[in-house]
Design a protein. Structure first.
Length: 263
């Protein structure tokens, strides 16, 4: 325990394309983001270290601002963890920033919210560039109606309708701080921020918003789905590759500051 307490805690901000990975969390005999980062740490420092993430992204989901931490006995400067780990990581995973924090800081529990973005390419032709980050919907979508419906998600609600399966004891009540849909040309973006989300919640919300945009259900129908709190009522589940973890937000008085990290 004494040796463990003398180890430094390093925090990394990581970007990755999740297309060929089975989510963040380590899985036996399957490629994951966690496994690749831990292998890179071993090559750089000679240490086998467990990486902890601010949240676990699912199979195929991307991140531009995942925050992870690990303990190390290495005296390497923070900036060396950026260049050194990137040397050993595959090209679809990049360390953007690194810094040291106290042992008290917890990347998961100290986060006050997580921001996700979902991208929809709304045109007849499929994407040749970036087709692994867009959900292609060829039918014209009414982004304005989708935005009005998305506003109903803001606040504290029981989101059971937006869960495909739920066999846990924990509550399906969550609080969404911000949600909105906007169109820029052929690209429709859904942004949402909450402290935490249920499994597949964001993708089920997107799938239901697409139905609103197609005119298959109205805004009042969307509201009823939310209020009925019935498992699997929402959807269909939008594809994983359109979803990206954008940023993890920490309290203003937290010791973790993005501006203090090395790049």
């Amino acid at each position: 325990m004494e040796i463990f307490n003398k180890l430094r805690k390093i925090v990394l901000v990581v970007e990755y394309n999740g297309g060929r990975y089975f989510g963040f969390q380590w899985q036996k005999a399957q490629p994951t983001i966690q496994d690749e980062i831990e292998k890179a740490i071993l090559k750089l420092t000679g240490e086998e270290r467990r990486v902890i993430a601010s949240c676990r992204t699912d199979t195929g989901v991307h991140a531009s601002g995942q925050v992870v931490s690990f303990r190390t006995g290495s005296a390497l400067p923070a900036k060396v963890f950026v260049s050194g780990l990137n040397h050993y990581l595959p090209r679809d995973i990049s360390v953007l920033m690194a810094g040291a924090v106290s042992a008290r800081f917890n990347v998961m529990k100290d986060a006050v919210s997580r921001q996700y973005r979902y991208l929809i390419l709304n045109r007849r032709s499929r994407a040749s560039l970036g087709n692994d980050i867009y959900y292609h919907v060829p039918t014209k979508l009414a982004a304005g109606r989708m935005n009005l419906a998305s506003r109903l998600l803001v606040g504290e609600h029981d989101f059971a309708s937006f869960v495909t399966q739920w066999d846990r004891e924990e509550s399906t009540v969550r609080t969404i701080y911000d949600a909105g849909v906007k169109r820029e040309g052929d690209l429709i973006t859904f942004n949402v921020r909450a402290k935490s989300f249920l499994t597949h919640q964001v993708r089920n919300m997107v799938g239901t918003l697409v139905r609103v945009g197609m005119g298959k259900i109205g805004i009042e129908d969307f509201k009823n789905i939310l209020e009925m709190k019935k498992l699997s009522l929402a959807g269909p589940t939008a594809p994983a590759h359109g979803l990206c973890l954008i940023k993890v937000i920490y309290a203003d008085n937290s010791e973790f500051k993005y501006e203090n990290l090395c790049t």
